[in-house]
Design a protein around this ligand. Structure first.
Ligand SMILES: Cc1ncc(COP(=O)(O)O)c(C=O)c1O
Length: 319
């Protein structure tokens, strides 16, 4: 396996597809339940998307029909819980299909065999900025039989860090030193800064498509300095707390237990807006933010959404 560092996981994905030999116009299978950014960047790079659905437990449905049509297929480790790659491999059989492990949510997580998520397929992508507070940061992991990317060709990692991020980062550091829940304050401060600030335009090419670039140097420092054992413990404790607090709020957890190797990105659950609000108020004192996930692209002629996709929420553990 080789590992390469990028600004965003979508950059890592495009580069990974290239390294795996996929050509423009190739068909890529992916779950409909995914944030629109992934889809946008695949389309912008002229890949064709074929969707498959997932069950409420986030397992693929009718995968074989989709696999037959594709040159690559994406399996997602939702919220840091391992996708069953054996199932994907069984359906792929001996077809020459590239298996991609989207581990955007699962840095530090492992499966029941103790294998590190993001390292179990031909191509793995991990968005570590979703686990630790860093301005950006993603990892591309490639199986050793694939070409390695020419990192020297990538765009520069120098860009201005926006004031909202800086404020939140500072408050988060004070919080972790003093153990005082200050993130709720941080959120209102950054919301006002965001309202007043203009987005930087770095890394955007003439046609509006963001080009792959290296991570910001500060993100690499964060990655190296993170106490991994402590981060895993903190996340697992939060998950257990969230499960305990879910009783009587009308929400339904996506998972009811936490397998030993899992380092959860957050606590995922289904519920109405009202139930999510009630639950969010209950865990507010611990500084955990709840939001609906994902922000999906609009359905098209080729895909209809399942109702529960729009009832999914995450209590996010980013500190
Ligand atoms: C499952 C999944 N994969 C990939 C991505 C893309 O990650 P990034 O924003 O680092 O490009 C996301 C986005 O949030 C995601 O939720």
């Amino acid at each position: 396996m080789t590992s390469h560092y990028f600004s965003l996981a979508r950059h890592a994905l495009l580069t990974g597809l290239q390294c795996a030999g996929l050509k423009i116009g190739a068909k890529v299978g992916m779950p409909r339940l995914i944030c629109s950014e992934v889809e946008k960047s695949l389309r912008a790079a002229d890949f064709q998307i074929v969707y498959y659905h997932v069950s409420e437990g986030l397992h693929p449905i009718q995968l074989s029909t989709v696999v037959e049509m594709c040159e690559a297929i994406i399996a997602v480790n939702y919220f840091g819980f391992p996708a069953n790659l054996d199932y994907f491999r069984e359906i792929i059989g001996n077809r020459a299909i590239v298996l991609i492990e989207d581990n955007a949510h699962g840095w530090l997580s492992r499966d029941s065999r103790g294998l590190e998520l993001g390292h179990r397929a031909d191509v793995g992508i991990t968005s570590f900025r979703k686990t630790i507070r860093s301005v950006d940061g993603a990892i591309l992991t490639l199986s050793s039989h694939l070409d390695v990317p020419n990192m020297a060709e990538l765009g520069p990692s120098i860009f201005q860090i926006n004031p909202g991020y800086r404020a939140r980062d500072w408050i988060s550091q004070v919080e972790s030193k003093t153990h005082m829940p200050m993130m709720n304050l941080a959120r209102s401060v950054t919301r006002s800064i965001r309202r007043a600030s203009v987005k930087p335009s770095h890394g955007v090419s003439m046609d509006g498509i963001e080009r792959p670039r290296r991570p910001h140097p500060s993100s690499m420092v964060r990655l190296e300095k993170t106490n991994q054992r402590r981060e895993i413990e903190r996340r697992r404790d939060r998950w257990l707390y969230c499960l305990q607090e879910s009783a009587g709020t009308g929400i339904t957890p996506v998972h009811f237990d936490l397998p030993s190797g899992v380092c959860p990105m957050g606590f995922a659950f289904y519920g109405s807006k009202e139930a999510a609000r009630k639950y969010s108020r209950r865990i507010y004192r611990s500084g955990i933010e709840v939001f609906s996930w994902p922000e999906m692209s609009c359905p098209s002629d080729s895909v209809t959404d399942l109702d529960y996709y729009h009832q999914l929420w995450i209590a996010n553990f980013l500190q």
